[in-house]
Each structure stands twice: as structure tokens, then as C-alpha cells.
Design a protein around this ligand. Structure first.
Ligand SMILES: Nc1ncnc2c1ncn2[C@@H]1O[C@H](COP(=O)(O)OP(=O)(O)OP(=O)(O)O)[C@@H](O)[C@H]1O
Length: 216
């Protein structure tokens, strides 16, 4: 099966210090779990794949959308949920969600469904500066599922979430996978215990990414 994402000759430095070097990696369709110690480079890798950080190398989606050469088509198909989301405090959750929905060409019905699934309607009209970390995380996860993505990157998707929201995330990942969406997940928690059909596990360490196992 052709890879959903190919990363080649990827190098990333901050202020001249190399933090990531990935010669060539193909992610098969499916759910992939990235592990790694604090500071190993998981978030940096996610931000590069999400199109949020400059990098050297090639990032190719579905064998045809090159992040550098097709920036709009690529970004329409790749969504990202940050580990610790941070937004301008004066915006409301409602404004944020609608802005991302418009960029991702998401229908109103999808917005309503996700707002219902995460039970956030009561606070969406207030500025995000008043939100708790779990409330912020729910809004960020709603935005990560909007549109019709081929690949969703979720950095620590379960931190700060209550039990209902944790189940909602697992369910959305499972349903998304059944509909052909692919996932890269980073978590310090053990995803193999979550019941999600994890295709492969990867380790981010010593400035690179290596496969730990195929099909856990
Ligand atoms: N904006 C930045 N400027 C300079 N160095 C950075 C920057 N962002 C990250 N780094 C460094 O890059 C390395 C990788 O950081 P990154 O945030 O990608 O790690 P991580 O695996 O996501 O860590 P954690 O599990 O703690 O979230 C660390 O050494 C970090 O100090």
C-alpha cells in the first residue's frame, strides 16, 4: 500500500543546534504512535509535518502533495492538535472554531456534531482567556477534526481531558480510521492499552525517528 506520508532528508536545527535528522521514513496508512522522552523532538516533528515550522528536506502526503510545492492543498488535508494549545485570549472558542472550519471547508453540520460530542456549547461564547486547560484542549481537538483531513496529528491528545472527553477522542480516532483518516499520535501514555488499532510504534530519540515495532 502506498505510504500516507513520506519524510525524506529531513533536518531541523534551532539556532544552529540540530534537533532532528530523518533520512527517509514512510508511514503506511493507519494509526501511528510516536514515543519519546521530554525534549526528544516529537513536537518539532509534528509542527514540521503540520506546516508550521521551516525545515530542510521533503514532506510528501499521499505521494502527491508536497508541503513546500503544494502548501494549500497539503494543509487542507493535514490537521494538527497541539499538546498545549495557546490562542489569543480575547477570541472566543466559537470564533476560533468557525475560523478554522472556514479554512478547512468544514460543513456546519460537522461543527455542530463536534461541539455536541465534546459538550462545549455552554462556554464557547466566552473568550478563551477564561478557559481551563481542559476546556482549551477540547476546543483544540474539535479544530483538529474539522474538514476532510487525510492525516491528523495529535500531540498528547489525552492530557488534561476528563473521562468523557477521553472516550470521545478515542471514538473519533476509531471512527475516523474506519473512514480512511490516518493518525500520528504522540503520547507518554500507553496507547496499546487504549484499544485503538495502532499500526506501528515509533521512537523519537538521539535526534531521529526509528520504528519500534510493526503492529502492536
Ligand atoms: N523554539 C525553539 N527554540 C530553540 N530550541 C527549541 C525550540 N523548540 C524546541 N526546542 C528544542 O528542541 C528539542 C526538541 O523539543 P520538542 O518540543 O520537539 O520535544 P518533545 O519531544 O515534544 O518534548 P515533550 O515531550 O517535553 O513535549 C529540545 O531540546 C528543545 O529544547
Amino acid at each position: 500500500m502506498p505510504p500516507i506520508l513520506s519524510v525524506q532528508n529531513l533536518n531541523k536545527s534551532y539556532s544552529g543546534r540540530l534537533v532532528l535528522s530523518v533520512p527517509a521514513i514512510d508511514f503506511a496508512p493507519g494509526i501511528h504512535w510516536l514515543k519519546g522522552q521530554n525534549g526528544s523532538g516529537k513536537t518539532t516533528l509534528f509542527k514540521i509535518i503540520a506546516g508550521l515550522l521551516p525545515y530542510d528536506g521533503t514532506v510528501l502526503l499521499d505521494g502527491q502533495y508536497d508541503l513546500r510545492r503544494h502548501p494549500v492543498a497539503y494543509r487542507l488535508r493535514v490537521n494538527y492538535g497541539e499538546a498545549e494549545p495557546f490562542y489569543p485570549e480575547f477570541l472566543t472558542g466559537w470564533e476560533l472554531i468557525n475560523w478554522v472550519a472556514s479554512a478547512k471547508q468544514a460543513p456546519q453540520s460537522q461543527i455542530s456534531e463536534l461541539i455536541g460530542r465534546f459538550a462545549v456549547a455552554d462556554f464557547l461564547k466566552t473568550p478563551v482567556g477564561t478557559y481551563s486547560s481542559g476546556m482549551l484542549k477540547k476546543v483544540s481537538l474539535i479544530m483538529a477534526f474539522l474538514g476532510n483531513p487525510r492525516l491528523i496529528l495529535l500531540d498528547e491528545p489525552l492530557i488534561t481531558l476528563d473521562q468523557n472527553a477521553t472516550h470521545t477522542v478515542a471514538d473519533l480516532i476509531q471512527t475516523g480510521r474506519q473512514q480512511g483518516v490516518n493518525f500520528l499520535l504522540s503520547s507518554h501514555q500507553d496507547f496499546s492499552l487504549s484499544g485503538l488499532p495502532v499500526e506501528s510504534v515509533w521512537q523519537v530519540a538521539r535526534q531521529t525517528l526509528t520504528s519500534v515495532s510493526q503492529t502492536v
